[in-house]
Design a protein around this ligand. Structure first.
Ligand code: PLP
Length: 405
C-alpha cells in the first residue's frame, strides 16, 4: 500500500509544547512513574479552580445550550466583551466587531488564514507562544522573528523589528503580557510599535490572554487603546485569567480603521461561518466571567498563591550556578537562561529528554518557542510551593551533573 503522508502545508509547522518530550513523559507515567510537570499553563489541574459562578453557570446552561448560535457568537456575551473593551479604552468597538471562539487559539488561526497569501510575512516575537509561528506557516505565510531583549526585561527590540520589515510584511504579532517570558510592555513601547505599524501599514495582532495576570500592582495597556488609526485584532479569553482552559471560551475584537479592512473582515466572517459557531456553554460563561468577581486579583496580589510561586521559582533558579532568570511581571511562565559557557548544550530537546529521564521533571526547551539558540527553557510556576521547590532542586542536581560531565 502507498504510504499516507501528511500535507506539505505542515512542513514548517511545529508545536513543541505538546511535542515528542511530552510523549516520552506520557509513556513514563503509563509505566507508573510520577512526573513533575512544569510544561504547560493548565491552571485547573494544579488546583487553581475556576470561579465557582462560572462552573455553576456552565451546569445551569448546559441543557438550554445545545443549539448552534450565530457564527460570531451570542449577542449578550459579545456585548459583555464590548463593555470590556470600553474598560480597556479600546475605541469604537461594537458587537459586530467581536467574534467568540473555542478558545483564542481557534481565532488566531482564523485571523491569519483570512489574511495571508503564500509568501506574505508576519513579524512574530522570538521567543513566542509557538501557536503564532505555526499558524502563520499553516496559513501559507512566512513567520519572521523579531528579537525580544532579555537584557531589557524581554521587551521587543524595535531596531530589530524595523530591520526585518520588507515589502511583503503584512502584520506584527504582539504578545503582551508575554508567554514564555512573563514580560509586560509599557505604553511608550506599545506606542513605538504602533508607529512602525502605521508607517508600514501593518495589522497588529495583539494576544492579551494574560491581561489580568499581573504582579506587583502592575496595570496592562491594550495596544489597541493607543491607536484609532491602526487596524488591531485583539485576542483574549477565559483560559488563563479565569482558569477555565477546558471550557474553550475566547474572543477576538477588531478595532481601528475597519472601513479600510472590509474585504479582510468579509474573510473573517466567511471562516467564522464555516466552523458554524463556538461551543455555546463556553460563550455563555464569558458573560458571567467578565461581570463577576475577578478572583485572579487574589492570586496575583502580594502573598497570593501565584505571586508566591513566582517569587520562589525566581529566587531558586537564580541561585543555581550559570542560571539566570528575569522575574516575570505577568502571566504564568519564566524563561531562564543557561550560560552556554557552563552548559554547552548542542540540542536542547535532548537536554529536556535527559532532564525528564534522570529527574522526572518536564520542561519545554527554548527552541520550542522559536528561540534561535539552545540556551533557554520555559518553566511554568503552577505546581504548589513544595512541588516547585522539589522540581527546581532536581533541575539544580541535573545541571550539576551536566556541568561535571
Ligand atoms: N495565547 C497565548 C499567549 C497562550 O499562552 C495561550 C495558551 O497557553 C493561548 C493564546 C491559547 O489560549 P486558548 O486556551 O484561549 O486557546
Amino acid at each position: 500500500m502507498k504510504p499516507i503522508s501528511k500535507s506539505s502545508k505542515l512542513a514548517d509547522v511545529c508545536y513543541d509544547i505538546r511535542g515528542p518530550v511530552l510523549e516520552k513523559a506520557r509513556q513514563m507515567e503509563e509505566e507508573g512513574q510520577k512526573i513533575i510537570k512544569l510544561n504547560i499553563g493548565n491552571l485547573a489541574v494544579f488546583g487553581f479552580d475556576p470561579p465557582d459562578e462560572i462552573v455553576q453557570d456552565m451546569i445551569r446552561n448546559l441543557s438550554a445550550a445545545a443549539g448552534y448560535t450565530d457564527s460570531k457568537g451570542l449577542f449578550a456575551p459579545r456585548k459583555a466583551v464590548v463593555h470590556y473593551t470600553q474598560e480597556k479604552q479600546i475605541p469604537g468597538v461594537s458587537v459586530d466587531d467581536v467574534y467568540l471562539g473555542n478558545g483564542a487559539s481557534e481565532l488566531i488561526v482564523m485571523a491569519l488564514n483570512a489574511l495571508l497569501d503564500t509568501g506574505d510575512e508576519v513579524l512574530v516575537p522570538a521567543p513566542d507562544y509557538p501557536l503564532w509561528t505555526a499558524a502563520v506557516s499553516l496559513s501559507g505565510g512566512r513567520p519572521v522573528h523579531y528579537i525580544c531583549d532579555e537584557q531589557a526585561d524581554w521587551t521587543p527590540d524595535l531596531a530589530d523589528i524595523r530591520s526585518k520589515i520588507t515589502a511583503n510584511t503584512k502584520a506584527i504579532v504582539v504578545i503582551n503580557p508575554n508567554n514564555p517570558t512573563g514580560a509586560l510592555y509599557p505604553p511608550e513601547l506599545l506606542r513605538e510599535i504602533l508607529e512602525i505599524a502605521r508607517q508600514h501599514q501593518l495589522i497588529v495582532f495583539a494576544d492579551e490572554i494574560y491581561d489580568k495576570t499581573l504582579y506587583d500592582g502592575a496595570t496592562h495597556t491594550s495596544i489597541a487603546s493607543l491607536a484609532e488609526d491602526v487596524l488591531c485584532v485583539t485576542f483574549n479569553g477565559l483560559s488563563k485569567n479565569y482558569r477555565s482552559c477546558g471550557y474553550r471560551a475566547g474572543w477576538m475584537v477588531v478595532s481601528g480603521p475597519k472601513k479600510h479592512a472590509r474585504d479582510y473582515i468579509e474573510g473573517l466572517n466567511m471562516l467564522a461561518s464555516m466552523r458554524l459557531c463556538a461551543n455555546t456553554p463556553g460563550q455563555l460563561a464569558i458573560q458571567t466571567a467578565l461581570g463577576g468577581y475577578q478572583s485572579i486579583k487574589d492570586l496575583v496580589a502580594p502573598g497570593g498563591r501565584l505571586a508566591r510561586q513566582r517569587d520562589l521559582a525566581t529566587e531558586l533558579l537564580n541561585q543555581i550556578p550559570g542560571v539566570s532568570v528575569v522575574k516575570p511581571k505577568a502571566a504564568l511562565y519564566m524563561f531562564p537562561r543557561l550560560d552556554p559557557k557552563i552548559y554547552p548544550i548542542a540540542d536542547d530537546q535532548q537536554f529536556a529528554y535527559e532532564l525528564l529521564a534522570e529527574e522526572k521533571v518536564l520542561i519545554v526547551q527554548g527552541t520550542g518557542f522559536n528561540w534561535a539558540t539552545p540556551d533557554h527553557f520555559r518553566l511554568v510556576f503552577l505546581p504548589n510551593s513544595d512541588d516547585l521547590a522539589d522540581a527546581i532542586g532536581r533541575i539544580a542536581r541535573f545541571l550539576d551533573h551536566y556541568r561535571k560531565r
